[in-house]
Structures are given as structure tokens and as C-alpha cells.
Design a protein around this ligand. Structure first.
Ligand SMILES: [Zn+2]
Length: 445
């Protein structure tokens, strides 16, 4: 078998890996490079494939053409609903005569995004329940593909386990080991042991935080951090505005529960929030929304803002814009473009972390400058990540004991940290732990 690393090995984003066996290719993920499209979502017209390629937002799938692999693609397997894993599908999936498989939340998000953007594709999109499997028929064999539940930072995240005639390939992007998730199941350690016993030939694994000597805190800790800010500061007469990742349904659930406990009416503002919440609702995972009012389009948002402006202590506002995205609601609030006027000592809570790329950092810095002109109080980084640190990764490698390790989901600094960790554990660089980059291939024996 050969593993081709198409995207996400020289940067954080545009994740795509191809598994080639004989006449068959299975693709893992097909995502966007998000920093390239900061603000694009708010534009009137969605760019074409060519436009997105020009922005550097898509994995370089011409590689598959050059290697004669494009025609061999039998399935597109997607791990979870984040755009750096599924967002390129509407632009390039027409190239493949293949179905798209993912968990119900993941496929629901994909459908809703395309609907919202007015995009259509001919590939069939097939939801597969968590912890169940499908068979992909190929020319060189049939492939049992299982979507194994894993903790991360959106709903129904999965690790993709493919049984091939040449052994098991496991695609573990993205993950952390969270034993107290706020929503969804704990990692299935019994399943991991079972897989390890049967033998995993190749593990492709999230190394975003492999350089950090830590175990990433559980989502339960993010809940405590939020509780501390919301119930441990003087906010009786202030507006409370929280911004977080729209896809982070567990966090949104926590926020809505605390809003209720504070005696405030919770309102969600913004299209991106509406898309993910609708997807969660469509699969029956948004019970918390019964206490929340959702406003998605411009006019509705403005109306809601007027309401909040009149009685700021009555509401808790959740909105988009935590990365400083131009045109997102928080940006417009900071620029005084909305009917809600920020006042001295209003609370702005970032339940997020700025993605460490120059574009995001600059956008965020400019947002903060504008916010501070209003003399608001800013609570930053009320958050825990969805990506495991070095010590999550070590535990995971010890559990799975794969024959080969391929670090992924980051630039060379991050994947190298994955390699050195594996070396500490007895793996040998170039022999059974492999430092890749984009557009490389590796024959695994
Ligand atoms: Zn993710």
C-alpha cells in the first residue's frame, strides 16, 4: 500500500490523505486552508474552484491526476464536520466518481453549507452511524470502513479505520483524549485495545499539539472556566457577549445552560452558528436550543440587537467573529455598525483561542483595538482545545501500538514533534515513523 500526503502536512488545514492499494484509492478528508479565506464566508458570491485555488484554500489534487490516481478514487471518507476536513468537497469532489461517507452530523453540515452557498455536487453523500461500518467495493478488494467515535471539539467526530487486504489503516484526525466530555461519549478504550490486538499497520495521527508538553484539558475544564467568568465577575448591568467556534456544539450547550442560570435570555446571532445548530437539530442533538433564540440573517440580527440595546442586562448574546473575521458580527459590533452600542464595562468573552497564523493574529489584534476603544472588559481564551497535547498522543500511541506512525495535521515543526515523541517510544525515523510533507508518498510494507 501507498500513503499519499496531499494536504495538511506542511500547514494546519486543507487536510487530505490518499490511501492507494492496487487499483483503488480511498481519500481521507478534503478540507480548506482556513486562513486563506478569512472573511470569504461573508462575501456575496462564493468563489469557484479556480478562485479558491488562487487563494491557496484547496488541497493540491492535481497531484492525484499526475500520479494517475484520480480515476481510482473509490470513496471520500470524512472524519468530522470541521471545514479544514470537509470544506473543499463542494469545489473538487466532481473530479471523483465516488460516494462521500461520514457520520450523520458531518454529512448534515456538509449538506447545509452547500445549500447555503447554492452549491451542488453529483456525488452521493452517505451518513454512517458512529461506531458502525460500511464496505467500499474496489477493483483490488473490498474495504471495510468503520467510523470509530472519538472526542474532539464538534459532534460525532470519528477515527476512520479501514481494513484492507494488506492490513488495517487508521486515520486519527482530529482528536484529544477527553474522559469527561460535556456532550457525546468518552473515547472507547475497549475498542482501541481490540484494534491494537488485531494489529494496526498504519496510524495517521493529529500532531497539532505534539510540541506541547501537556495533556489537553477536558471540555469539563472549559465549562469551569466559563462558569468562573460568568458567575465570578460583576456583570449585573452589563451586556454579555460570548464568541466561540460555531461548530462547538458542546460549548454552545454549556453557554446556553449558564445563560439560563444567570436569568438571562440566550440569543445566538449569525449565519455560521445557525448552520451548525441546524445540523445538530436535524440529527436530534440540539435539545439545549429550546432555551435559545436564533437569529441568522442580517435583518433579523439587527432587530435582535435593537432589543438587546434597550435592555442589555436581560440577554446573553452568542455571536460569530472570535478570530476577528472582517464582516462577522463581533467585528461589526466593534465598528459600531450594529444597533447594539457597546458601553463601558460590557463583557466580551472569547471562548476560543486565536488560530496562530499571521492572518488570524492580525485580524484579531485589529478587532481588540476597536473593542478597547469602547472600554469594554475582555475575557480571552476561556477555552480548552480539541486537539491532544504530547501526552494525549503518547497515551494514544501506547494504546494502539501501530506498526507505522505518520504524524499529520500541521507544519514541519508539529509533525517533527510527533516523530520525536515516537522515537522516545522506540520507533525509528524513516523505518516506522515517517516525517512527511505535502505531496509526498510512502510505500508501507
Ligand atoms: Zn477538527
Amino acid at each position: 500500500m501507498k500513503i499519499h500526503t496531499i494536504g495538511g502536512y506542511d500547514e494546519v488545514g486543507k487536510n487530505m490523505t490518499a490511501l492507494e492499494i492496487g487499483e483503488d484509492v480511498l481519500l481521507f478528508d478534503d478540507g480548506l486552508f482556513m486562513p486563506a479565506i478569512v472573511g470569504v464566508e461573508e462575501r456575496e458570491k462564493i468563489p469557484t474552484e479556480q478562485g479558491m485555488t488562487g487563494l491557496g484554500a484547496l488541497p493540491d489534487v492535481d497531484y492525484l491526476v499526475k500520479k494517475g490516481l484520480q480515476k481510482k478514487v473509490r470513496a471520500i471518507l470524512v472524519s468530522h464536520a470541521h471545514l479544514d476536513h470537509i470544506g473543499a468537497i463542494p469545489y473538487n469532489s466532481y473530479r471523483y466518481n465516488a460516494n462521500i461517507y461520514g457520520t450523520p452530523f458531518t454529512t448534515e453540515v456538509l449538506k447545509i453549507i452547500m445549500e447555503d452557498n447554492g452549491q451542488r455536487i453529483n456525488n452521493r453523500i452517505i451518513p454512517v452511524k458512529l461506531n458502525s461500518s460500511i464496505v467500499v467495493k474496489g477493483e483490488s478488494g473490498n474495504y471495510n470502513v468503520e467510523f470509530v467515535s472519538m472526542t474532539h471539539s464538534t459532534l460525532q467526530c470519528s477515527m476512520i479505520v479501514v481494513q484492507t487486504p494488506e492490513g488495517v489503516v487508521m486515520y486519527a484526525n482530529d482528536f484529544k483524549l477527553d474522559n469527561s466530555p460535556v456532550l457525546g461519549e468518552r473515547p472507547d478504550y475497549r475498542k482501541f485495545r481490540e484494534l491494537s490486538k488485531k494489529g494496526v499497520k498504519v496510524l495517521i495521527v493529529d500532531c497539532l499539539y505534539a510540541p506541547q508538553d501537556m495533556k489537553t484539558p477536558s471540555e469539563k475544564i472549559a465549562k469551569v472556566l466559563l462558569e468562573d467568568v460568568l458567575f465570578g465577575t460583576e456583570n449585573r448591568n452589563s451586556a454579555i457577549i460570548i464568541t466561540t467556534f460555531s461548530s462547538h456544539i458542546a460549548r454552545l450547550k454549556t453557554i446556553s445552560e449558564f445563560g439560563k442560570k444567570l436569568g438571562r435570555e440566550v440569543i445566538f446571532l449569525g449565519r455560521s452558528l445557525s448552520k451548525y445548530v441546524t445540523a445538530a437539530r436535524n440529527i436530534g442533538q440540539a435539545g439545549f436550543m429550546k432555551n435559545v433564540r436564533m437569529y441568522s440573517y442580517r435583518r433579523q440580527v439587527e432587530k435582535a440587537m435593537k432589543m438587546v440595546n434597550k435592555n442589555r442586562a436581560r440577554y446573553l448574546v452568542v455571536c460569530t467573529g472570535h478570530q476577528g473575521e472582517p464582516g462577522a458580527i463581533l467585528d461589526r459590533l466593534a465598528r459600531d455598525e450594529l444597533p447594539l452600542k457597546l458601553k463601558k464595562e460590557d463583557h466580551i468573552i472569547f471562548s476560543s483561542r486565536t488560530i496562530p497564523t499571521p492572518i488570524n493574529e492580525l485580524a484579531r489584534e485589529q478587532l481588540e483595538k476597536r473593542l478597547k476603544k469602547h472600554n469594554v472588559r475582555i475575557f480571552d481564551n476561556v477555552h480548552t482545545s480539541g486537539h491532544g497535547g504530547r501526552e494525549d498522543l503518547r497515551d494514544f500511541l501506547n494504546l494502539i501500538k501501530p506498526k507505522h506512525v505518520i504524524p499529520s495535521h500541521g507544519d514541519l515543526k508539529k509533525t517533527t514533534a510527533g516523530v520525536t515523541l515516537a522515537e522516545e517510544m522506540g520507533y525509528v525515523r524513516g523505518k516506522n515513523v515517517h516525517l512527511m510533507g505535502d505531496l509526498k508518498s510512502l510505500e508501507v510494507k
